[in-house]
Ligand binder design. Structure first.
Ligand code: NAP
Length: 268
């Protein structure tokens, strides 16, 4: 079994990476950063986003697993003092077992420009915002005009990303077993010309939304932790990625609602 590690740039994450390599060396696990079967993220949720984007073209093969070196991570099941146990579990899998995985939906984003179409995947969300002015864009759902948006921006998240930026926007927490995406407004302006729903909407797998920004509008686009400014976007289609899911190695149960409670409610 081939594995690689994506680590956060801090002393603890670096030393855990070295320890992990030592623990699995000579036990059927081969370090391979090009075509790994398992990608271990050591750091925070931001590190897992980095790992996901780095290996987004190999999602059908790879299982991700995370050790969190900060506070509780939504994507990371393991604490630093459990690294020996995790290494042992992975050694056992390498010795013949199948990797136990859970699979969650991801967001597909198709960006159309005059030059063609680009397709990307997001683990958390995709956002678009105005740069020099407020964002002006028409939002269609299933090819029918839904609303004319004017405001700071629009955030389209996955169920796994519903606990991230989407939560700050007042969006709902969505269990990741639901194949859906959530469209949330970022500070919309409402008047007689621009009228939006004012609450987020959740679209099932067989629905899609299209965003048509005002022509040649400069926008800041984000894909998880990555940001880019564009002035050439004609339209953007978002939907649940139809044929691909993200796979997380799940060596023990850690229910989603327990994560939500521990991250946002529990005080002990
Ligand atoms: P960052 O600004 O350094 O960190 C954003 C925070 O969001 C970190 O505390 C991160 O956890 C946490 N986070 C990431 N994914 C999460 C998830 N699925 N559920 C709950 N918390 C999550 O940026 P970054 O580390 O590069 O991460 C990019 C993410 O930041 C974006 O995908 C977006 O969701 C989020 N973001 C949030 C806001 C907001 O809430 N107003 C604004 C911009 C971006 P760790 O500390 O464990 O890494």
């Amino acid at each position: 079994m081939r594995y690689t590690v994506v680590e956060r740039d801090d002393d603890l994450s670096r030393s855990l990476t070295e320890q992990f390599h030592r623990l699995v060396q000579g036990h059927g696990l081969i370090a391979d950063e090009h075509e790994p079967d398992i990608v271990l993220s050591i750091g925070g949720d931001g590190t897992m986003l980095q790992a996901f984007q780095q290996y987004a073209k190999q999602l059908n093969r790879i299982a991700f697993v995370g050790i969190h070196t900060g506070h509780l991570g939504f994507f990371a099941d393991w604490k630093p003092d459990e690294i020996e146990r995790l290494a042992e579990m992975m050694r056992l899998q390498a010795a013949g077992g199948e990797i136990p995985v859970v699979m969650y939906p991801v967001l597909e984003i198709q960006i159309v420009t005059e030059a063609g179409m680009e397709t990307n995947l997001a683990l958390n969300e995709f956002t678009l915002k105005g740069v020099e002015h407020t964002l002006v864009a028409q939002l269609n759902i299933n090819d029918e005009m839904f609303e004319m948006f004017r405001g700071d921006g629009i955030c389209i998240s996955t169920p796994m990303g519903s606990t991230a930026y989407n939560k700050s926007l007042g969006g709902a927490m969505v269990h990741p077993s639901l194949e859906a995406i959530q469209v949330a407004e970022i500070a919309s302006i409402n008047n007689r010309v621009y009228r939006t729903l004012g609450s987020s909407v959740i679209l099932p797998k067989h629905h899609h939304c299209d965003i048509y920004p005002r022509t040649k509008q400069h926008m800041l686009l984000s894909l998880d932790h990555l940001y880019v400014q564009r002035g050439d976007v004609v339209s953007i289609r978002c939907r649940v990625a139809p044929d691909i899911k993200v796979r997380f190695a799940r060596f023990r149960p850690f229910p989603f609602w327990s994560r939500v409670r521990e991250a946002f409610i529990a005080t002990n």
